[in-house]
Design a protein around this ligand. Structure first.
Ligand SMILES: [Zn+2]
Ligand SMILES: [Zn+2]
Length: 178
């Protein structure tokens, strides 16, 4: 859909690049997020050894149906809130596992609790300085809202028949390159 280099500036342009949102609704979403730039959102792992605080709003929320996300989560897809790392403070011991994506050839790193194994966030070679927090690890994940945040559905070609996709979503068959 978009030949696109992943940069922070690019993320901003991507948010205005069309998709299913009209410019009006994109502006409304942005205005809502700007009212909440100082909000803090806490989260952590199952056992409590890792805790974190994210400040402000995610640049976007990614719902990824790729085969790697299905396997690493043991589920149908992953939901990731993308924050600049300066807006995220993590306490406790994380361990890392780095792997190379079959589709992009670039590395991704899982960051998980050293004691209970809960996935906390992803870091990516293609997005230096970003943390993709696993949305289900927030204490109250319901603050993440498609009416406020920019949701992008990736690798929908890999979605399982038991993972129903909502209507009117910004969807990409693979990553952003198609
Ligand atoms: Zn833990
Ligand atoms: Zn994925």
């Amino acid at each position: 859909m978009l030949a696109h280099k992943e940069t922070w500036a690019g993320l901003v342009s991507l948010a205005h690049a069309g998709g299913v949102m009209s410019p009006q609704s994109a502006q409304t979403k942005l205005a809502t997020r700007e009212k909440h730039v100082n909000d803090t959102h806490q989260g952590g792992c199952l056992c409590g050894a890792v805790r974190y605080t994210a400040t402000g709003q995610p640049k976007r929320v990614v719902v990824c149906h790729c085969a790697s996300c299905q396997r690493r989560t043991g589920s149908g897809f992953a939901v990731e809130a993308l924050f600049p790392e300066a807006q995220v403070n993590i306490e406790g011991e994380l361990r890392q596992y780095r792997f190379v994506s079959d589709s992009s050839g670039r590395w991704l790193e899982l960051n998980f609790c050293s004691q209970c194994g809960t996935n906390i966030c992803l870091t990516l070679e293609v997005l230096p300085g970003a943390r993709m927090l696993d949305a289900g690890t927030f204490d109250s994940p319901e603050w993440i809202d498609p009416r406020v945040h920019d949701f992008h559905y990736l690798f929908v070609r890999n979605a399982q028949c038991w993972s129903e996709l909502p209507d009117d979503i910004q969807a990409y068959a693979q990553f952003y390159g198609d």
